[in-house]
Write a protein that binds this ligand. Structure first.
Ligand code: GLN
Length: 482
C-alpha cells in the first residue's frame, strides 16, 4: 500500500469519494511528512496544522466539491484572508490581506484544504528561490541544489510529497522552470484564463497563476476549478471553460507538433537536448505529425523581458512605502526619509535591482529608446507564434537549458541567472499557455522537463499532448530519495 502523501489528487479524490480515505487522516499524513522533511527542503514559508484542520472542518460542512479534502499549498504572493502573505520579502512582514484571491475562493468552494504558504524568490524575482527573505528552498533531488524559481517552494513541496498539489505564479517561467528542475508538472495558463485578483502583482501584463502537480490529470483537474472569467480582474477573459479532463485521451494521432529550430542552440545542455529529442520520437511513434517551425525573434525574448518586466515591477512595487502594508523603518526624520529607509531596509538586492532597472527604462528620454522598443519586439515575438501555429497545434521545446544548479552558483551573476528562462519567457510575451512535464534525467540523476506550448485558450491541445506523453513514459513516477 502506497503512503497517502505519495498519491495524486485524482487518486485521492476517488478514494475519498467512496470513503476509503478520510481527509483528516490524509491531512495528518501530509503534516507528518512536512514535520519530518521540511527542515531539509524548506519549501514552506508557513505551515499551520491547526488552521488547516479548521479549513477542513469548514470544507466538510459544505457539499463535497471536486477537490474535497485535497491538501493544497499556495505560493506566498497569493492573498489569503487573515494569513501572513509576504512575497518572501521583509517589506511585507506582518501584512495580512483582508480578502481571499479569487483562486483561493474557487479552490475552497470545491473543498480543497489550504495547508500553508510556499517559499519563493522575493516578489517572484528569480529562477532559483534564493532571493527569499526566509533563505533558499532546496531541490528534493539534491539538497545542495536549487529547486528553480520563483515558485521553488510550491514545486519542491510537490516533488517531496509535502503537499498533494500547489499553486504558483509564472511571469517569465516561474512555474515551468522549477517544475522542470524538480521533475513535476507545471502549467502556465493563457493570459486571462485564470483570475489574477489577489495575486500580488509583479508584471501585470505577464503574470498568470497556475497549477503545480504530480501528473497531468491533476493539472487538468485544478485548472478546471481555477479557470474562468472574474469581474474583479479586468484582464480576465470571458470565454467558456471546457472540461480539460476530456482532453486526456491518450491519443495524439494526427496532432501536428512543431519543433522550433531556434531552441536547439549553444548553451543547451547535451543531456537535455537528448532527452527532448527522445521525447519528440515518442510523439512520432504515437502517430503525431512532427515538423520544424521557426520562431525567429526568440533571441530577443530575454532582453525584451528584462525591460518590460522590471518596468511593470517598478510601478507595481511603488505602493510598498511603509504606509499601507507591512514593514516600516523605525526611526525617520520626515515622510520622505521614512519612505527611503523603509524601502532601503525592506527590499532585498534583486528587488532593488529590478526597481532601478524598471524606473530607468520608464524615465523620460529612455522610455522610447527602451520600453517602447521592447513593446514592439514583444509584438514580433507574438507574431512568430501566430505564424507557427498556422502549421501546428503544439510546439515542443526544452523547458530549461540546464538542470538544477548548485546553491549560490549564479547569485553573483544576474545575467547567467536571467538566462535560465530563455525557453519559458516567450510564452509570457505572447500570452499563450505552456506546460512543463518530466521527460528524463541527466547523467547525475537530475530531472529534465519538456515544454509544450499551444495557441491562446487551447490548453486542451497541451493536455492532449502532455497526457499522451506521460502515459507512454514513466519519468513522472520516479521520486527523489529523501
Ligand atoms: N526568472 C524570471 C524573473 O526573475 C521569471 C520569474 C517569474 O516568472 N516570476 O523575472
Amino acid at each position: 500500500m502506497k503512503e497517502l502523501y505519495s498519491l495524486s489528487a485524482h487518486e485521492l479524490q476517488k478514494m475519498i469519494a467512496v470513503g476509503e480515505v478520510d481527509p483528516a487522516t490524509l491531512l495528518d499524513a501530509i503534516f507528518d511528512r512536512i514535520g519530518s522533511l521540511d527542515k531539509k527542503v524548506r519549501a514552506f514559508a508557513l505551515a499551520d496544522k491547526t488552521k488547516a484542520n479548521d479549513r477542513l472542518k469548514r470544507a466538510s460542512e459544505k457539499k463535497l466539491g471536486r477537490l474535497y479534502g485535497i491538501p493544497i499549498l499556495v505560493k506566498d504572493n497569493i492573498c489569503v484572508k487573515d494569513e501572513a502573505t509576504t512575497c518572501a520579502s521583509k517589506i511585507l512582514a506582518g501584512f495580512r490581506p483582508t480578502y481571499d484571491a479569487t483562486v483561493i475562493r474557487k479552490l475552497e468552494d470545491e473543498g480543497a484544504v489550504l495547508i500553508g504558504k510556499a517559499n519563493m524568490d522575493e516578489f517572484a524575482f528569480g529562477s532559483s528561490c534564493e532571493t527569499s527573505c526566509y533563505g533558499p528552498t532546496r531541490n528534493p533531488w539534491d539538497l545542495e541544489r536549487i529547486p528553480g524559481g520563483s515558485s521553488g517552494g510550491s514545486v519542491a513541496a510537490v516533488a517531496a510529497d509535502e503537499t498533494i498539489a500547489a499553486l504558483g505564479s509564472d511571469t517569465g517561467g516561474s512555474i515551468r522552470q522549477p517544475a522542470s528542475l524538480c521533475g513535476v508538472v507545471g502549467l502556465k495558463p493563457t493570459y486571462g484564463r485564470v483570475s489574477r485578483y489577489g495575486l500580488i502583482a509583479f508584471a501585470s501584463s505577464l503574470d498568470q497563476i497556475g497549477p503545480i502537480t504530480k501528473d497531468v490529470r491533476d493539472a487538468a483537474l485544478i485548472l478546471n476549478v481555477i479557470a474562468g472569467y472574474d469581474e474583479m480582474d479586468s484582464t480576465s477573459v470571458d470565454v467558456p471553460v471546457p472540461d480539460y479532463t476530456k482532453s486526456l485521451t491518450n491519443d495524439v494521432k494526427g496532432l501536428r507538433i512543431g519543433v522550433p529550430k531556434e531552441y536547439f542552440i549553444k548553451g543547451l545542455d547535451k543531456d537535455i537536448e537528448n532527452s527532448v529529442k527522445k521525447a519528440i520520437d515518442v510523439f512520432k511513434k504515437l502517430g503525431a505529425k512532427v515538423s520544424e517551425v521557426s520562431l525567429p525573434h526568440t533571441e530577443y525574448a530575454v532582453s525584451t523581458y528584462y525591460i518590460i518586466a522590471p518596468a511593470e515591477a517598478s510601478s507595481n512595487l511603488a505602493r510598498f512605502d511603509g504606509v499601507g502594508y507591512g514593514f516600516r523603518a523605525k526611526e525617520s526624520a520626515d515622510l520622505i526619509d521614512m519612505y527611503l529607509k523603509t524601502r532601503s531596509e525592506g527590499f532585498g538586492d534583486e528587488a532593488k535591482r529590478r526597481i532601478l532597472l524598471g524606473t530607468y527604462c520608464l524615465s523620460s528620454g529612455y522610455y522610447d529608446a527602451y520600453y517602447l522598443k521592447a513593446l514592439k519586439v514583444r509584438t514580433k515575438i507574438k507574431e512568430d507564434f501566430d505564424k507557427a501555429f498556422k502549421d501546428c497545434d503544439c510546439i515542443v521545446t526544452p523547458t530549461s537549458p540546464t538542470a538544477a544548479f548548485k546553491i549560490g552558483e549564479r547569485m553573483d551573476d544576474p545575467l547567467s541567472m536571467y538566462l535560465s528562462d530563455v525557453y519559458t519567457i516567450p510564452a509570457n510575451m505572447a500570452g499563450i499557455p505552456a506546460i512543463s512535464v518530466p521527460c528524463g534525467f541527466t547523467a547525475n540523476g537530475l530531472p529534465i522537463g519538456l515544454q509544450i506550448l499551444a495557441k491562446a485558450f487551447d490548453e486542451g491541445a497541451i493536455f492532449r499532448a502532455a497526457y499522451a506523453f506521460e502515459q507512454n513514459t514513466d519519468f513522472h513516477l520516479r521520486k527523489p530519495k529523501l
